[in-house]
Design a protein around this ligand. Structure first.
Ligand SMILES: [Zn+2]
Length: 136
């Protein structure tokens, strides 16, 4: 997603394939990797719920225009050195679950709520953290 190589609507259109160009999560913006990862209101809401759940109070909101990689590096400075690996893992589970929700909507015409997708991120991350014996 961060390398803009996923088949988001903008990349599908570049290939000349037909598709619905708007984000399936918010229905208001052109679907790009940048939008799905950061500036989509759906993704931002999920991130807010997840950061509150894990009490990441100093974490900045997802960027609307900055490249996600730049934001990621800055955001990593808001957690302790020991938490960085888990913080990065949490972001991966966020973006993975947002992408899966996008695909559910596109391919299965199935819609999950922000709170449900948030619970999936929290559940996936909690499993990862307990499996890797690391704490957030
Ligand atoms: Zn959106």
């Amino acid at each position: 997603m961060l390398k803009h190589k996923i088949l988001s609507a903008d990349n599908i259109l570049k290939r000349g394939w037909p598709c619905y160009p708007f984000c399936q999560l918010c229905m208001t913006h052109l679907e790009t990797a940048q939008h799905l990862a950061c500036s989509c209101s759906f993704t931002a809401s999920v991130w807010t719920i997840v950061t509150r759940h894990f009490q990441l109070v100093g974490t900045p909101p997802l960027p609307s225009d900055d490249p996600p990689q730049d934001w990621w590096q800055k955001a990593c400075t808001t957690v302790t050195r020991n938490q960085r690996k888990n913080f990065s893992g949490l972001l991966m589970y966020l973006w993975w679950n947002v992408w899966k929700e996008r695909n559910r909507r596109v391919f299965q015409n199935s819609f999950q709520s922000i709170s449900f997708v948030s619970s999936l991120v929290i559940s996936d991350f909690t499993s990862f953290a307990s499996f890797s014996a690391l704490e957030m």
